[in-house]
Design a protein around this ligand. Structure first.
Ligand code: GLC
Length: 518
């Protein structure tokens, strides 16, 4: 029996990321909704997920599809009502599935009443400083800070003759986290959901919430890249302090989780991601490290990346593993135009679900959903519209979930909000991870470090052990695990379950992924 105190749901469980607009449409308007998620809870329960994280469902003009919130205490009518949400909480909890919401602290929508008030006048306005306003400098923009979505991060407001800051779209004005009244009001909004019983939050762009107080310019890209000069708009000491306060807020309640989206340019600095775990007890519970996502599919490079991530995690901290999300190409599409995409996807699925750390599964990843090609006329992501044809945006990773092989893949009976993709396969790794303690709680011990195209490691918990062997190459590989025993296959892309295997000399098949009971 697993000691329930040791089995912490957000450490040892699997978290499933739902993009609500595309999950399941229950009312035939072409858009996914809360009732749709409720109807698919049995599916999620059978799949074995321990929690769902919902991309934002608050009231929003949807210019950034919910990441522009105009009321943090209401549900957008597209998704349903607060009653629907409470029903989702009850129904999910009754199946032992926790519910994690997205929380966007860097900015609100330009239509949020706070911003409307902040913008209404420059003087004698208690909410003016809830956002970041600056006067022109020598008739120009206050500095050269850029928006993550292109162009300057400053937008001029003619009536009050000042600029406001927006790290993302101009319809997403940045909040001023130096302002304590705003902070209190925002924390109250967060607590509103904790009181209703949500199990935690994924904190959007959390490493960007505080900016340099003196509005120092950012280094030029090459200075940043090669001379390691620090950005004035990310990873400021102030962000770390606010995260500690957030943790205190979460800790007022039992068993809550705080997960940080730590986006770093260029992506993949595990040290920075891990720094937001603090001492392992005083900051975020989990943070995303996106470095694996940006690696070429290569055993040595993956191995180094995994080892590096683990090395950064504080002793009391815990890693997370993520390969896809709503902002990036689906993992299967990152394997280039070459052959063997499906085989590579299987190897990475084994990694995602057998490494040490909480796996995040992006909806559809469990059936091998691919990115869809969205024709230019159908692009709705503002980032895709802006950068097409160099970058066509994020729509392709957000297409409707494929529930079956009927028209529109059973997502809706109406015209879906984005075109549906068409690809279906199953995998059973989630079930195995849930069932076998070494896989969900165990320590990670490297056995083969990727040098010859193979990664092998064991996961160990008390007296149990599972060995994972992954061939990243398209040729057969001989390996020697130096274990003079015949052991049983637990699951494999190429071998029969329960067959035994001699670990002294294994002749691996191309792209073989095998779990062995040690
Ligand atoms: C995060 C979200 C992304 C959103 C952006 C602005 O990176 O994941 O979807 O557009 O923040 O809120």
């Amino acid at each position: 029996m697993i000691d329930n105190k040791k089995y912490v749901w957000w450490k040892h469980g699997v978290i499933y990321h739902i993009y609500p607009l595309s999950f399941y449409d229950s009312n035939g308007d072409g858009k996914g909704d809360i009732q749709g998620i409720i109807e698919k809870l049995d599916y999620l329960s059978e799949l074995g997920v321990d929690a769902i994280w919902l991309s934002p469902i608050y009231t929003s003009p949807m210019i950034d599809f919910g990441y522009d919130v105009s009321n943090y205490r209401e549900i957008d009518p597209v998704f349903g009502t607060i009653q629907d949400f409470l029903k989702l909480l009850r129904e999910a909890h009754s199946r032992n599935i926790r519910v994690i919401m997205d929380m966007i602290m860097n900015h609100t929508s330009h239509l949020h009443p706070w911003f409307l008030e902040s913008k209404s006048s420059r003087y004698n306005n208690p909410k003016r400083n809830w956002y970041i306003w600056q006067s022109p400098k020598n008739g120009r923009k206050p500095n050269r800070w850029n928006s993550a979505f292109g162009g300057s991060a400053w937008e001029y407001d003619k009536p009050t003759k000042q600029y406001y800051l927006h790290t993302f779209l101009k319809e997403q004005p940045d909040l001023n986290w130096w302002n304590t009244s705003m902070r209190k009001a925002f924390f109250d909004d967060i607590e509103f959901w904790l009181k209703l019983g949500v199990d935690g939050f994924r904190f959007d762009a959390i490493n960007m919430i505080v900016k340099n107080k003196k509005f120092k310019n950012n280094p030029l890209f090459f200075e940043y890249l090669f001379n390691k000069k620090k950005l004035a708009t990310r990873n400021q000491p102030g962000s770390y302090s606010i995260i500690k306060l957030l943790r205190k807020l979460l800790d007022k309640y039992e068993n809550k989780v705080g997960i940080g989206e730590i986006y770093i340019m260029p992506p993949g600095n595990s040290m920075v991601s891990a720094s937001y775990l603090g001492n392992g007890n005083d900051s975020l519970h989990l943070t995303f490290d996106f470095s694996l996502i940006f690696r070429r599919f290569n055993a040595r490079s993956y191995f180094k990346c995994i080892e590096n991530w683990y090395n950064q995690i504080p002793t009391k901290g815990w890693p997370s593993i993520v390969l896809s999300n709503h902002d990036l190409y689906r993992s299967i599409n990152r394997f280039g135009t070459g052959f063997h995409k499906k085989e590579k996807a299987k190897v990475t699925a084994f990694l995602l679900l057998t490494l040490k750390g909480t796996p995040f599964i992006y909806y559809g990843e469990e059936i091998g959903m691919k990115n869809s090609k969205i024709p230019k006329s159908k692009i709705i992501d503002p980032v895709g519209k802006r950068f097409w044809p160099f970058y066509s945006g994020r729509d392709g990773a957000r297409t409707p979930m494929q529930w079956n092989n009927s028209q529109n893949a059973g997502f809706t009976e109406a015209l879906p909000w984005l075109p549906v993709n068409n690809d279906f396969t199953k995998n059973t790794l989630i079930g195995l991870r849930k069932k076998h303690k070494p896989l969900n709680c165990g320590e990670w011990k490297p056995l083969i470090n990727g040098k010859n195209g193979v990664i092998a490691y064991s996961r160990e918990f008390e007296n149990e052990k599972i060995i994972v062997v992954l061939n990243f190459t398209s040729v057969r590989k001989k390996i020697n695990l130096k274990i003079d025993e015949e052991l049983k296959i637990l699951f494999s892309t190429h071998r029969l379950i329960s067959e035994t295997i001699q670990l002294y000399d294994i002749n691996l098949f191309p792209f073989e992924a095998t779990l062995i009971e040690g």
